[in-house]
Structures are given as structure tokens and as C-alpha cells.
Design a protein around this ligand. Structure first.
Ligand code: 6PG
Length: 473
């Protein structure tokens, strides 16, 4: 090795790991990097200027190069690879060393790893990092979980490398155990939903109103200047202007309409179901990726299943205004769902999350960054125990004034047959949530009828069962 006593180790020198190393070095930290693909180790050392970086050619070389107690960050694909890396790393670690998993690991894996490594007095943290390649290099949003004392060992480094929102670092201690990875999972669930909503509006504008990509670029650019200002709206505007190197056509039109996923959206939905929090827009967004992947079936169904023949009955400007308002409305409902999930998870998993802080660190650096998050932050700052964002003084009147608009948009979907599942789920969530009465009395009666599952009454305490006129099943 060229030098001893590096501040941090990084295992996994792919795009995210490498750029995070450079970001750390920008802020004066020294880093030893290792990847089992040694060409990545060589790549790390290319063009590093005056950075204090060393490329290690084995895990042992990496751990030998670090100051003690060591801090080793992992940026490797989630799942069994993380365990394999930890197994490879463990023999070279000592008591009090700290391993930090910065990937998109499932939160239950993180809890298990914390427990297992604690047996050898090795600390473990799960940290969510959002912002892609650009964020890793220039400042991501960072979502750390673990013990408070362990966080204190890395807080100044994380604050230095994180994105800044009005000068405030987009990182803060979130909570114990897997809190960081849980918050990152919900971040991704929200990401799925915002992307689906944008895609539905794109379909209405393109198929329903026949807008060109140039026009679409203008629409999204205009929206990005207003209340919808966000990373996802802004990259969408850019996408419409990109030409394909191979054909010279607009690239977006050359991309297959079949979405892939790595699983974090589905995990959000799964856990929301497990802890019984309604997140219907996130649920439908995961389902729509799955439906989009049925490309061959859809091609057949297109020739067999008929839809309505109606056209959109709005001028382009009026349509753009309506859709902007519908997006505004539905973005709020998505954050309301994500935040309610975090609130419940905080109780169930004892994370003690602070929703104001979470909104604050999502304001910059991450994929779901949006000007809306400043309002969400202020909603939780004034009403920390808010059960649902939709009830906040900040959002209540805004939703009321937008709800008529999204109803017109939902009707457009029904009339034209253009599918708007996430937009409609957003409206249905709002309508269901504001319903003092829902038809679940009937559902309870059915459960009791066929399964003697009992019901509660509106006029007295207790659990009741009725001998209904049982039909043969
Ligand atoms: C981020 C992103 C990042 C990744 C997504 C993609 O916050 O930087 O969310 O984590 O791009 O996980 O997820 P899918 O492949 O499932 O769309």
C-alpha cells in the first residue's frame, strides 16, 4: 500500500460508489476503495487530481489501509451480495469497526445484519442514498439509520458530502435500526407514484391531444417553473428534446413501452399492506409497471377489446392547465400516503421518525425533490402529529380548490379510454379519506354471513354475530 491511515473505506466502485468516493475527497476526506472487479479499482484512480485515494486490490489491503476503528462503506447491489461482502469483510475487522450499507437494501435485512454483526462488536448502519450518479458526485440526499452514537461517528462527513437545501445539509439522523433503509424504500415508492402520474399525463397530452414532443417539452418546462417544480418534471421536459443517435428520431419515441423495476416500489406496497396503511397510488404504480411489461398480451388485446370512441373536448391550453392542477393534486396525495406510511412504520418498528426532518432532507439531492417538500416540511413543523398531510392547514384548501380539476381529468380518461389509474386512485383516495361513512358495514355483514367473522355495531359496544339465512356455498 502507498499510505496508511485512510479515513474511510469504500467497497463497490461502480458509478455510485466511485462518485461518492470523489465527493468525499472533495471535502477533504481520504478514502481507500476496493471492488472485486479490479478494473474498477484502476478506474477509480484515473483523473483523481490531488485526491487522497488508494485503490486496494483485496479486502485485506483495504482494511489494512484504514484508520482504526474503521469505517467501511458498501455500495454493492442489494440482497445476497451484501451478505457475501460482509462475510468476506468480517475476518479483517476488529471490535468497534463500523460497516455502512449505502445500497437499497430491504429494511428487514438491515435489522438482521445489525443484530448479527453486534455479536462480534461490529457496528452496522443502513443508509439510503438518493440522487443517482450526479447526486453521488455533487451531493445526494442521505437517509441514515442506526444507533445515534454510531451516527455521530460519520455525521460530519455525511453532512459535508450531502446536498444542501438553503444551506442546510440534506442528511440527518432518522432513527434506530433500519430506519434509514425504510425511509429510502418509501422515498422510492413515492418516486414510482410520481413517475406513473407524469406518464399518465403524458399519454393524455400525446394520445388524447396529439401534442408533439416539442410541445410536450414546453408544457413540462412551464410546469417546472410553477408549483410542480421538481426534479422529475424537469428531467421529463429534457427527455422530450433528446435525439436518438441511431436514427435521428426523438429518443423517447424509440424506447419500448415496457417498464422494469428493481423492487423497492413493490417493497413499499408490501410493507404498507403488512402494517395496514393505504397507499393506493403507490400500489397502482407498481401494478402499472407490471402491466406495461405484458407487452405481447397488450398487443393482442388491442385488436380484441374495444374502448369508447370519444375524443378530448378541451383546447390545448385549457387541457394543460387542468392537467397541471391534476398533477398538483395527485402529487400531494402521494406524499400524504408516503408520510402516513412513515408515521405508522415509526410506531410499528419503533423508529421514532420525525416527518419534518424527512421532508427537509428530501428537498434537494434526491429523485423526489420538489418545491412541494418545503410546504410539507412546514406542515409537519406546525402540526408534528398530523395524521394525514391532506388535513394540514397548508394543504387542505389547496386540495379543495384542485379537486374539481382532477374530476374533469378523470372523466377524460373514462370518455377516451386512456388509462389513468394513478390519477384516478389519487382522487378516489381523497374521496374515500373524506368519507365519514364508507360502505364497509355491508362488507362486515358479508364476512359475518359466510364466515361468522363477527361485526361491531354503531349503537353499542362489543362484538356481534348474527345467524344469517346461510346459503349453501
Ligand atoms: C434514487 C433512486 C435509485 C434507483 C431506483 C430505481 O433514489 O437515487 O431511487 O435508488 O434509481 O431504485 O428503481 P427501479 O429500478 O426499481 O425503478
Amino acid at each position: 500500500m502507498e499510505e496508511q491511515g485512510y479515513d474511510y473505506g469504500m467497497i463497490g466502485l461502480g458509478t455510485m460508489g466511485r462518485n461518492l468516493v470523489y465527493n468525499m475527497c472533495d471535502h477533504g476526506f481520504s478514502v481507500a476503495g476496493y471492488d472485486k472487479d479490479l478494473s474498477m479499482v484502476d478506474k477509480l484512480k484515473q483523473g483523481i487530481g490531488n485526491y487522497k485515494i488508494v485503490g486496494a486490490r483485496s479486502i485485506k489491503e483495504l482494511t489494512d489501509a484504514l484508520k482504526k476503528p474503521r469505517v467501511v462503506l458498501l455500495l454493492v447491489p442489494a440482497g445476497s451480495i451484501v451478505d457475501a461482502v460482509i462475510d468476506g469483510l468480517k475476518p479483517s475487522l476488529s471490535r468497534e469497526d463500523l460497516v455502512i450499507d449505502c445500497g437499497n437494501s430491504h429494511f428487514t435485512d438491515t435489522d438482521l445484519r445489525i443484530k448479527n454483526l453486534a455479536k462480534d462488536n461490529i457496528h452496522f448502519m443502513g443508509i439510503g442514498i438518493s440522487g443517482g450518479e450526479y447526486g453521488a458526485r455533487n451531493g445526494p440526499s442521505i437517509m441514515p439509520g442506526g444507533s445515534k452514537a454510531t451516527y455521530a461517528r460519520v455525521s460530519s462527513m455525511l453532512e459535508a458530502i450531502s446536498a444542501k437545501a438553503n444551506g442546510e445539509p440534506c442528511v440527518t439522523y432518522l432513527g434506530t435500526g433500519s430506519a434509514g433503509h425504510y425511509v429510502k424504500m418509501v422515498h422510492n415508492g413515492i418516486e414510482y407514484a410520481l413517475m406513473e402520474l407524469i406518464a399518465e399525463v403524458y399519454q393524455l397530452l400525446k394520445q388524447g391531444a396529439g401534442m408533439t414532443n416539442n410541445e410536450l417539452h414546453d408544457v413540462f418546462s412551464k410546469w417546472d417553473l410553477g408549483s410542480l417544480h421538481s426534479f422529475l418534471i424537469s428531467i421529463t421536459a429534457d427527455i422530450f428534446m433528446k435525439k436518438d443517435d441511431l436514427t435521428g428520431n426523438d429518443l423517447v419515441d424509440m424506447i419500448l413501452d415496457s417498464a422494469h423495476q428493481k423492487g423497492t416500489g413493490a417493497w413499499t406496497t408490501e410493507d404498507a399492506m403488512a402494517i395496514e396503511v393505504p397507499v393506493p397510488v403507490i400500489d397502482i404504480s407498481v401494478s402499472m409497471r407490471n402491466l406495461s411489461a405484458l407487452k405481447e398480451e397488450r398487443n393482442i388485446a388491442e385488436t380484441l377489446l374495444l374502448g369508447p370512441g370519444k375524443k378530448i373536448n378541451y383546447g390545448k391550453n385549457e387541457l394543460v392547465d387542468l392537467l397541471g392542477d391534476a398533477l398538483d393534486f395527485s402529487f400531494i396525495t402521494v406524499f400524504a400516503q408516503g408520510m402516513e406510511l412513515l408515521q405508522k412504520a415509526s410506531t410499528v418498528y419503533k423508529y421514532e421518525l420525525n416527518l419534518e426532518n424527512i421532508a427537509a432532507i428530501w428537498r434537494e439531492g434526491c429523485i423526489i425533490r420538489a418545491s412541494l417538500l418545503e410546504d410539507i416540511r412546514s406542515a409537519f413543523s406546525t402540526q408534528p402529529n398530523l395524521s394525514n398531510l391532506m388535513l394540514s392547514d397548508v394543504f387542505k384548501d389547496r386540495l379543495i380548490s384542485l379537486q374539481e380539476k382532477i374530476r374533469h381529468v378523470a372523466c377524460m380518461g373514462i370518455d377516451t379510454g386512456i388509462p389513468l389509474p394513478a390519477l384516478m386512485a389519487s382522487l378516489a383516495y381523497y374521496d374515500s379519506y373524506r368519507s365519514g361513512w364508507l360502505p364497509d358495514n355491508l362488507l362486515q355483514a358479508q364476512r359475518d354471513y359466510f364466515g361468522a367473522h363477527t361485526y361491531e355495531r354503531i349503537d353499542r359496544e362489543g362484538i356481534f354475530h348474527t345467524q344469517w339465512n346461510q346459503k349453501e356455498s
